[in-house]
Design a protein around this ligand. Sequence first.
Ligand SMILES: Cc1cc2nc3c(=O)[nH]c(=O)nc-3n(C[C@H](O)[C@H](O)[C@H](O)COP(=O)(O)OP(=O)(O)OC[C@H]3O[C@@H](n4cnc5c(N)ncnc54)[C@H](O)[C@@H]3O)c2cc1C
Length: 488
Amino acid sequence: MKPNSERKPSIAIIGAGMTGILICIELQKLGIEDVTIFEKKEELGGTWRENTYPGVACDIPAHMYTYSFEPNPEWKYRFARGNEIFDYFKKVSDKYNVTGKIRFGEAITSCEYDRSKWHLKTSKGQSYVADFVVSATGILHHPAKPNIPGLESFKGISFHTAEWNHKVDLKGKRIGVIGTGSTAAQVIPEMVKTGSEVFVFQRTPQWIVNVPDKNYSEKDRESWRKNPSLAKRLHKWYTIAVEETFSKAVIGKKIPHMLMSFLCKRNLRKSVKDPVLRKKLTPNYRVGCKRVVVNSTFYDAIQKPNAHLVTDGIERITPAGVETKDGKVYDLDILILATGFHPFNFMRPMNLVGKNGTKIDEVWGKKIQAYRSMFIPGFPNFILMLGPNTPIGNFSVIAMSEVQTKYLMGMIKDWMANKFDEIDATQEAFKNFNLYLKQGMGKTVWLGGCNSWYLDSDGDPAMWPYTWKQWEKEMKTPDYRDFSLTKV
Ligand SMILES: Cc1cc2nc3c(=O)[nH]c(=O)nc-3n(C[C@H](O)[C@H](O)[C@H](O)COP(=O)(O)OP(=O)(O)OC[C@H]3O[C@@H](n4cnc5c(N)ncnc54)[C@H](O)[C@@H]3O)c2cc1C
């Protein structure tokens, strides 16, 4: 047998967004060069390539939304704009020799497991064989279009926020926006600046916390360039601040939740003077039940004379615009769908076939679950990044990918040390882990009387119900008692 250090796996990564880039960097740090990233589009960047709508920005502080090993002294705003974030990932990808490993314009259409190898097929008809497959296909990647009768009949221009049509001139137009979530709160103020009249069709009001934006000066950036540890310190500081407030509030910790509730309610009270409008904007569920919107411009925008909040419910879309349940018709030139994403699609649609011909849709037909959010029994050596019950919410998704990547690297090192060829989570571990999650949900706010994208089809939150610290601790190293390890 070759010395341990010479055994290196071949690894296929699906998706060249923030997560795929990160994994490729970490694999190269282990000396693994046989890494290929398949990216279905012609450019990297995932979320930040797709979402180019006016106002697109991070809603957690930029210094927190960076890889921990790569502080960015160039941030221009506290809440980085989408194009800055895209540039950051592109720069990091070039710097760490990731870009050369990406096969652009090649979607993975099929992944089949056979005798300790994954056999992949791409949209270009190519085949590829790998020891491991890492699915880094993102969570907010498949735009969700609303199921409203007549949507297709609209004669004006309509598009989803993630598919923004930049050829359309919005100036002086009558614009309708469906949705009031985080994206809508960013896009509506921009529409109000540009359109003649803007109609916001609200199904459910949102709790909004105002964390003011900040324009960083050249002097700030100069100091971070000279002393990167200052930017690293900000990363740490923001991470702790968000963990102690948002993250603890949503899992039901009393004082952080009281603080968040107070801040959201005060924001609404102070920002919206008209009691009728304020009532329409007041949610009837607990703060945090839906993802808290972090925004400092929406309330101001919705009070402008050309902005109109419509709460009567949409009956249908007509060729001319939107008809509400009270029979009113809103004539529109442009209809924007700020209606979010399908968060439970993950790697699908893909022909994913594990051991003994098991298909992913059979396993996930009833419920979408995983062991430690990353492993599906029967799909050995297949790693799902940011899978169900990752601590998604008002926290940095980069931090989540970093924790999962570190966990995975521990496993890869053990594979390199010849401890196993095939690793598969056991059914028992899968069952126990999901039971453990369910036991923690009762205290959280996600079951606080709202319908949100956090909930699966059974109404169970696909979230992590314990603290971030607890998650980090449990994700430190793989517990091999929960896996079946095989030498082939
Ligand atoms: C509008 C918006 C704002 C957000 N704001 C924040 C924020 O403020 N803070 C935060 O932490 N998170 C935020 N997020 C979440 C964001 O998605 C993550 O932070 C992060 O970008 C996810 O990176 P990813 O690489 O896991 O997935 P993605 O960025 O979605 O990348 C997945 C990649 O996989 C590719 N792909 C998918 N399927 C295939 C296939 N079959 N074959 C080949 N390639 C494939 C896609 O083309 C894409 O490039 C936001 C998301 C959205 C949509």
